[in-house]
Design a protein around this ligand. Sequence first.
Ligand code: GTR
Length: 377
Amino acid sequence: MNDTNYDEALVPDVELPPLLRLADGSPVADADTWREQRRPQLLALFAQQVYGQTPVQNLPLHLETLEETALPGGALRRQLRLLIDGAHSVHLLLWIPRQRPAPLFLGLNFNGNHTTHPDPGILAPSGDRAARGSSAGRWPVEDILARGYGLATLCCDDLYPDRVDGRADSVQRLFEAPGDEGGAWGAVATWAWGLSRALDALLQTGDCGPVALIGHSRLGKTALWAAARDERFALVVSNNSGCAGAALSRRRFGETLAAINTRFPHWFCRNFRAWNEREDELPLDQHMLLALAAPRPLYVASASEDLWADPRGEFLATLAASPVWQLLGHEGLPVREQPAPDTAVAGRVGYHLRRGGHDITVWDWERYLDFADAQLR
Ligand code: GTR
């Protein structure tokens, strides 16, 4: 984008909409008011203005184990088919460590389960798109298993093909058409719905403990929205989620609402486009999305060269969300200044700025596993 701002000196003075005030302006001073009033207000706002309304219709879900393989050392690899309403199939790849039940990370992948690991036993979609093992660097399966965690992944395209005209081939075709087109759910909300269905499936298998959500980039935005909506997720990690994820929209640093809504009109609801270049009038900002994870553990990570995602805006949103954890009796983010690169900080809210570019690396994963050790064990 030609007019992208990467100059901190040109960032406007940002006044965030208050997190701990109800829509009528009255203060949110206790946990009950947060839970019973403010949290539902914010969820409704993000559904109306950003991600769209997820239908309440419950579709029947049928699970089938396609195969299971015992791995050397006692871990298991299992592949499941989730058949939704008898008409739409999604494949779930599950790795379970030797000691079970075990806590587990669940995350969407971009290009198919077979890209996340070179194992030739992993089923690949027909008319295959990407090479086997091509994103294995983002999924350190053996390290995760060795630390005593499981891992489950599914491809976002199985739920909603990530293209402007993907809707017709998405799982949305199984739902009644929404009455309000402007507020109709987009791809991010559909992917988030799919994460909840994957969780339904995992909860039916006896060997999964608490389920932590993780997502990179557009799938980090999705993990945050899924965790906001579904409180069964025990922990959430946002890796380089940027605009409409963890970054504050009002800063207009790197990717802006106009940029994202123009390039990816299918990700959000149509109402979101009304806020292009009107960020200051938005009745919300992304610190409020992060706060919807509370009181569960939240970890936000940025990368120093990932300026498009506005690392500083991600940190400031995390800091601004933190008072909700304090209100609910937990330590939020333990610092007030953005930590030096490659330094993890964590209370019940964690953050790091990895040196390097837009990616999820083994170093990032090690920090998430440390955080999960502290928060889930
Ligand atoms: C970019 C997009 C970002 C981010 C990223 C990704 O092109 O502008 O918001 O989601 O893609 O998902 O890799």
